[in-house]
Design a protein around this ligand. Sequence first.
Ligand code: PLP
Length: 452
Amino acid sequence: MHKADRCAIVGSMATTKTIDIRTDIPGPRSREIIERKQRVVADPLSLTFPIVIERGEGARLTDVDGNTFIDFSGGVGCLNVGHSHPRVVEAAQEQLERFSHTDFTIVPYEVYVRLAERLCELAPIANAKASFFNAGTEAVENAIKFARSYTKRPAVIAFEGGFHGRTLLALSMTSKTHPYKAGLGPFAPEVYRVPFPNDYRGPSAQEALAALERALVTQVAAETVAAIVVEPVQGEGGFLVAPQEFMDGARRLCDEHGIVMVVDEVQTGFARTGKFLAIEHYGVEPDLITVAKSIAMGLPLSGVIGKAEIMDAPGDSAIGGTYVGNPVAQAAGLAVLDVIADENLCARATAIGDQLRERMLAWQERFERVGNVRGLGAMLAIELVEDAESKEPAAELASAVTDEAAKRGLLLLKSGIYSNCIRVLTPLTLSDPELEEALGVWEEALEAALSG
Ligand SMILES: Cc1ncc(COP(=O)(O)O)c(C=O)c1O
């Protein structure tokens, strides 16, 4: 196995340097595995980073060539407690040794019930019940099943820029043609889409609310709408934060028309925004909440938590699936909840977010092409533009920055409908020196990409 050269990070971060840097990733072992991958794995599973992981620990991962990286991609938001947290590993191992599967509805197990109890207590919904699935997309699809069964109505309203998954109904709700939807229709019927507020580009919260109300006149009758599905902070949409007024307005419209308010917390959940769930920032009680990603440190697990009368509405066996609510993932999920509480990860997310925001705002001052800084807690992003006045999205610049950062040992992900935002999904267990170091690398990558 090839060991990366250890080089000094130039500039102010040199004293805190802990990342191995190489400028010619992929290393030979990664390259060899990726070449094999290209022969036997379907092409649509294209790779963001040309590196193959050997192991992960906390906020770092090491590739098969011995390079280490600070991982701001966090498994696309699944690793709020970090890679391989020992308490989560131990809980999963212990469960795996006892049993790995029965199908909960054939032979139930207590860990399912315990996780439901814990999440129902934590979610800001009175008299809640829960059910578990595997992926975020399944949680969203099942939330719609609950809402349709309860309301006996077909229609769903989702938002521009929203991302809810890749299975048919969730993909129909997802709002990005390339790469997600193009060529994959026909999509599920009865999905209607309205604009999401965007402080930087518009519409305002008032305009977006007006568009939502207008949609009930021009697109779909309110009495046929089962659910409005909203992300408190749009994840794939570029970390757009829903304004308070907008969430209040959405709640009011749902109440007025008997519509189920579904809050998709798949990306925002589990302390990422500084609260256990992002909806807690708003003081709004949703009807259903979807969760996944960081629920179980990346083991496949998702859930719907919601008002009991809605959760109880579908007929017997209308909800379920062979693998849903896997006990190993659920044991991991219980440990994740303990880690979030014991390590004060909500407070840590806020502290990380404060440091990130300060640095990002300094970049915005210094570099005209950093057009916008936004987010909630540690869920922060910068939006890159061609120039401050036109705000034309600069997707190529965003790619150049993430490439430069990866070469220097920092894994960053893009997002946004124009793929011109760079977001932070770091493990919340990252240390202050790691954060400082990552920000130094990011700054260097910005400088390199802007001068390139
Ligand atoms: C808000 C939101 N909902 C749903 C999903 C779909 O989750 P999964 O990829 O686990 O199906 C995602 C994935 O990124 C998401 O960010």
